[in-house]
Design a protein around this ligand. Structure first.
Ligand SMILES: C[S@@+](CC[C@H](N)C(=O)[O-])C[C@H]1O[C@@H](n2cnc3c(N)ncnc32)[C@H](O)[C@@H]1O
Length: 482
């Protein structure tokens, strides 16, 4: 029976010289909060997003010349848009329609007919949307979103959706107007996104917790939509002024310029990166900047249920998305058979076997899994599926890293943002395990930059429950073979 941290200690020693505190990377810079005042990216609060300034920092620090950047977990596209402004061609892969819609809306916003948009939102202010309520556009609730809005605001929301679909002829403007409504769903609801779940305000009558939760001000539909449209208008106007500096009097891109602009517009694949990465050409990508879901049980399909419902995802679709996501919740099932048959179909079974055996040989990971399995049998875990989740998370990440290494050009770089975690007192050094897996696939670790106080865990601290600071890191791996 293994009950020590010896394999993790060995791994820590192996990478100790690479773990460096980077004072530039504070938590605000790395998280969504870093986008708080940034035009475009602050329209929709995607808490799992990272800040675009972080992407700029990583790119500048990489000293790579603009080429092709990929983000296999692209969310709302932070890395894509930040890199595009620096002249990179960008590709994103994102599973959830939420992130894809946000990315698409932002692409559209950048080429919108601004004058027309402005005149339409001026007209919209005069409309009472409840007059346009139409049952055939009723909000497509999921079980977990029923009763999320005050009745009258839900009717106005539906009236607004109906109005946009029926009366706004310009497709891009219609999409942007609908996106504005998508961005305010949480604000006008009784819910608040809270990691693993939606929290319900006591006024909804749905709150299950003993402690009453008050989310504060719940905005009315009119107030929220007008405020959001104003924000979008101001940002687009600001952007137009910037573009004007290039000598064009039109407050949005002219056709000629949009040709140039389109060259650097993100390409986005909606689907799982486990399925999409194997289709990308070997040695074709210069830089990968990404942040996979963390191993923290956060269920995006629950926290973004309002937005998924808005986008027309029904119960079965949401369940399917939950299972297709990189395993990071206790509900995720094993993808072993799925991956095996995928690699058989694309006639790369030997690659499957290689990845599979790398996973099995990762000693520090196997050590944690064995210990946690003992805890599970002893009833010490607060959920019996935690071991399965951790197992599946790393199993799938092995495939992501293998494919990323394969498609990276020599000299190319991967930057990954992730947090370490702890279950039942056992620290899981996600940074070291993933970096070691990356080594198995031919990558070298340039840095493991830590954030926060940056003390990095000493090997002695590893088993010292709850005392050591869990590292939040940005890892930089490179393909140094020439
Ligand atoms: C930490 S977030 C990344 C956010 C992103 N960096 C941004 O700034 O918006 C992880 C993302 O991975 C997506 N995701 C989860 N499983 C996926 C999969 N199998 N394939 C592609 N994307 C996935 C989630 O929907 C989520 O948007």
């Amino acid at each position: 029976m293994i009950c020590s941290s010896s394999e993790r200690d060995i791994l820590f020693k192996k990478f100790a010289s690479k773990i460096v505190h980077n004072p530039y990377l504070d938590r605000t810079l790395v998280s969504f909060q870093g986008n708080k005042y940034a035009a475009f990216s602050s329209w929709f609060k995607y808490r799992e997003g990272f800040s675009e300034r972080l992407v700029t920092y990583i790119i500048e620090n990489s000293q790579l010349q603009p080429g092709i950047l990929l983000d296999p977990f692209s969310g709302v596209g932070s890395s894509l848009f930040a890199a595009a402004t620096l002249g990179w061609q960008t590709i994103g892969i994102e599973l959830l329609p939420v992130g894809c819609f946000a990315t698409q809306a932002r692409i559209i916003a950048q080429q919108i007919n601004f004058k027309l948009f402005q005149s339409i939102i001026y007209e919209l202010k005069k409309i009472n949307f409840i007059d346009y309520y139409d049952q055939s556009y009723a909000f497509n609730h999921l079980k977990i979103t029923q009763g999320a809005f005050p009745e009258v605001d839900e009717k106005k929301l539906v009236g607004y959706i109906y109005y946009c679909n029926k009366f706004i002829v310009d497709k891009d403007i219609r999409t942007l107007l609908l996106y504005a409504a998508f961005c305010i769903l949480e604000d006008i609801s009784y819910t608040r996104k809270d990691g693993q779940y939606l929290r319900w305000d006591y006024r909804s009558g749905r709150s299950k917790s003993k402690k009453q939760f008050n989310k504060g001000n719940i905005l009315t539909f009119e107030f929220a939509i007008n405020q959001k449209l104003k924000q979008i208008e101001l940002d687009l106007n600001g952007d137009a002024i910037q573009l004007d500096l290039f000598g064009d009097n039109i407050p949005f891109l002219s056709k000629d310029k949009s040709v140039n602009f389109q060259n650097i517009q993100p390409i986005i694949y909606q689907g799982s990166c486990l399925e999409n990465l194997p289709n990308l050409q070997s040695n074709s990508i210069d830089l990968i900047i990404t942040s996979p879901p963390y191993l923290n049980r956060y269920d995006y399909t629950r926290t973004y249920a309002l937005e998924l419902a808005f986008l027309g995802c029904h119960e079965e679709k949401v369940k399917h998305l939950r299972q297709t996501m990189l395993s990071c919740t206790v509900e995720n099932h094993d993808k072993h058979n799925y991956l095996e048959s995928l690699y058989c179909t694309i006639e790369r079974y030997s690659d499957f076997l290689k990845v599979h055996s790398t996973f099995e040989k990762q000693a520090a990971l196997q050590e944690v899994l064995e210990i946690l399995e003992i805890y599970r049998k002893q009833g010490k875990l607060n959920n019996k599926n935690i071991v399965r989740m951790i197992h599946n998370y790393f199993y799938e990440m092995c495939f992501v890293i293998y494919e990323s290494a394969r498609i990276l050009k020599p000299g190319g770089i991967i930057a990954m943002i992730n947090d370490n975690v702890r279950y039942a007192g056992e620290e899981i050094p996600v940074d070291l395990i993933l970096s070691d897996i990356a080594h198995s696939f031919g990558l070298t670790t340039r840095h493991i930059w830590t954030l926060g106080r940056g003390k990095g865990n000493s090997s002695q601290q590893m088993g010292n429950h709850g005392r050591s600071e869990l590292r939040k890191c940005v890892y930089i791996w490179e393909n140094s073979c020439c």
